[in-house]
Ligand binder design. Sequence first.
Ligand SMILES: Nc1ncnc2c1ncn2[C@@H]1O[C@H](COP(=O)(O)OP(=O)(O)OP(=O)(O)O)[C@@H](O)[C@H]1O
Length: 339
Amino acid sequence: MTCDDEERQERASGRAPDETAPDAVTCRALRYAFGETRAVDGVDLSVRPGEVFGLLGPNGAGKTTAIRCITTLLPVPSGMVRVFGHDAAKERMAVRRLLGYVPQQLSADAGLTGRENVALFARVFDVPRRERAARVTQALEAVGLTEAAGRLAKTYSGGMIRRLELAQALVSAPRLLMLDEPTIGLDPIARTSVWEHINAVRAATGMTVLVTTHYMDEADQYCDRLALMHRGRIRALGTPDELRSALRARRRAAAASPTAPTSPSAAPAPAAAASCHSSPSPSSHSSSSSSPSSAPSGSSDAVPTLEDVFRDVAGSGLDEQSGDFRDVRSTRRTAHRVG
Ligand SMILES: Nc1ncnc2c1ncn2[C@@H]1O[C@H](COP(=O)(O)OP(=O)(O)OP(=O)(O)O)[C@@H](O)[C@H]1O
């Protein structure tokens, strides 16, 4: 079946998104395996409209595979994925029309100018011909590349290339922007710049952002809610503050009970994850990671970092299982090309 056939079938079936309260993204029991490797192993996830949602995890955790299922680039062999109420397995075209996607691998063409790159995406994403020029200009402006728009992309810095890819994804005015490691390989100033542009567009348009990252500090600073992923599963979910508070409470309980495990990483991951599944409110976190604490790190009174939370919920398998050679090589290749 061609995409056009599928689109016609979707229209004919009269399926409409749930108007009452569709989440931007819903995953239920999502599974995806590459042969014996269970890359995504039963993921439940809801991303609310308008929030910046971070999917965190080490190399090989399953973040990219989950993202690809949501974008419809991979099928949904088991479980359910919905984007604004549309079923990603059955309504691929409807889902794609709502999405902007910046993959981890670079997608800009070095031999084209910035403007040509964005114009190409405008054509690919079927932006109406009469609107194209204006939308390309707007997208370039939104990421601060107006002046550099006439230069070949191969003359751009790593940060400019990432912003160009952001413009490519924004030109179709997506309701959901999906970014896979958008700042990998960038220096701190370029990282901040990419995030500032994402936030500015989000504030202006109300779009939802789903981002994967390894960087805990970025997740803490820029994401409303986070899901910590490890070995294909979501191990904890909440606002950064909620995740920290839950760990602090677990540490206090452990300190108060002589039989409880004393080391956070010795705590059983499923129990820890369950206690992190609270009911967060978007945009409610404040950056308490920088809160002063006189207690020593790891004591029940210290304010935990997100990394502490991750180590707690992932358990002792984090270090030895944080990605095989293939995963690390792919990440390094991206970082090298951007940097
Ligand atoms: N095309 C593929 N063929 C075989 N195995 C794959 C393929 N893509 C991913 N995998 C495996 O699936 C698992 C999850 O990989 P995935 O790329 O989704 O993780 P990730 O969290 O996005 O990692 P990274 O941060 O390195 O991008 C890993 O064990 C990986 O080796």
